[in-house]
Every structure is written in structure tokens, then in C-alpha cells.
Write a protein that binds this ligand. Structure first.
Ligand code: TMP
Ligand code: MG
Length: 192
């Protein structure tokens, strides 16, 4: 489907269906008899240790990779050793910046790379890794969610701590799901 190599980025706020879209694309490639694999960071232990799981419960077997330089090398090694033609990386924003060049080179070498991740953190600031992948992408799949307050398209992620909007000095990384986050439109995205 992209035998010449391709870098595709799936992005948007939480609850937009990014992981579902990633799994769907990997499954289509497997139907097309391509050798495909999915990778996810070990930091994300929300629902499963060895599977990628979407908020809607859709799940798929994945290589679980630590979010350090070694982890980035491991993704490259597995892809080359197993001669994967298609790879997906979920939660790509959690990996170090070196993943950008590595994935870009894999695409140059003929691999169809699909990276899924948040474009913005809970403050509305870019995740640098996703930003750098977006500007290099051959295709961008931008998804929106639904604002939990008004039902408008949501492009932001609200972090809630004990039900209250998290302050700006809250740490950037906080793994969580519906107990800590809601999709919001610009108007209802609040940072005290
Ligand atoms: P999702 O994109 O599959 O919904 O998962 C996003 C993960 O990122 C989830 O574990 C929560 C985490 N997260 C942060 O660590 N910091 C943030 O600012 C946001 C918005 C999410
Ligand atoms: Mg997801």
C-alpha cells in the first residue's frame, strides 16, 4: 500500500479515537498480507501490559517498549530484524526526541510507519515529539473528540484533579483515563 515508505501521524486530543484508528490501519495492512507490528510505551499501563487498548475497549497485541534511548533502538532493531513492512507506534509523545529521526529513517528505507499521539498536553502546549513528527509526515490524520460540556467538536484535553481543572504547574506526564481527563472545546478548556 505504501511500498515506497510512508510516515503517517494520527493526532488529536484524548477520546478522539486515535488508538482505534491506529489498530484499524494495522489490521487493514495485515489483511493486505503485509508484515505488521504495533509498539507501545511501557509507561502506559492503563489497561494492559502487553496490548494496545483503546478507550472503547478495542485491543491489539503490541511490543511493550521502555520510553528511553534504549527503547527507541529496540523498536528499530525489532523492525529491521523481523523485516516488518508496517509498524504502528501508539502514545508516541512519551518517547524521547530520538524516535523522530529513527521513524523518519525507517520510512525512508521503505517501511510504512504509523505514529499515533497527542498533539497537545493538558495546558494546550505541544508535545515536542508529536510536533516534530507532524512536520515530517507524508499524511496527517487529525481527529477531534466531543466536548463533555457542550457537545461541540473537542480539540483540547482537560485534566481534572479531584474533579477540578489542574493548574498550569501540574506535571506534563500523568497517565490516566476518564477519571483524570475530559475532551473539551477551546471555550471549555480551563487552565487556572
Ligand atoms: P490517549 O491519547 O490514548 O487517550 O492517551 C493519552 C495518555 O497521555 C493518557 O495516559 C494520559 C496522558 N496524558 C499526559 O500524560 N499528559 C497530558 O497532558 C495529557 C493530555 C495526557
Ligand atoms: Mg489511545
Amino acid at each position: 500500500m505504501h511500498p515506497e515508505g510512508f510516515l503517517e501521524v494520527i493526532t488529536g486530543p484524548m477520546f478522539a479515537g486515535k488508538t482505534t484508528e491506529l489498530i484499524k490501519r494495522i489490521e487493514r495492512q495485515i489483511f493486505a498480507k503485509r508484515k505488521a507490528a504495533l509498539f507501545k510505551p511501557s509507561i502506559d499501563n492503563r489497561y494492559s501490559e502487553s496490548e494496545v487498548v483503546a478507550h472503547n475497549g478495542l485491543r491489539y497485541d503490541a511490543f511493550v517498549i521502555p520510553t528511553d534511548e534504549e527503547g527507541v533502538k529496540t523498536i528499530e532493531e525489532i523492525t529491521k530484524r523481523e523485516r516488518f513492512e508496517v509498524i504502528g507506534v501508539d502514545e508516541v509523545q512519551f518517547f524521547p526526541m530520538s524516535i523522530v529521526g529513527m521513524l523518519d529513517e525507517l520510512a525512508d528505507s521503505g517501511v510504512y510507519v504509523i505514529a499515533s499521539g497527542l498533539n497537545l498536553d493538558f495546558k494546550g502546549d505541544p508535545f515536542p515529539v508529536t510536533r516534530e513528527l507532524l512536520v515530517r509526515a507524508d499524511n496527517i490524520v487529525y481527529l477531534t473528540a466531543i466536548c463533555t460540556v457542550c457537545g461541540a467538536p473537542a480539540t483540547r484535553t482537560q485534566r481534572l484533579i479531584n474533579g477540578k481543572p489542574a493548574p498550569r504547574n501540574s506535571p506534563v506526564i500523568l497517565v490516566g483515563g476518564r477519571e483524570s481527563y475530559e475532551a473539551r472545546c477551546r471555550r471549555h478548556h480551563i487552565i487556572p
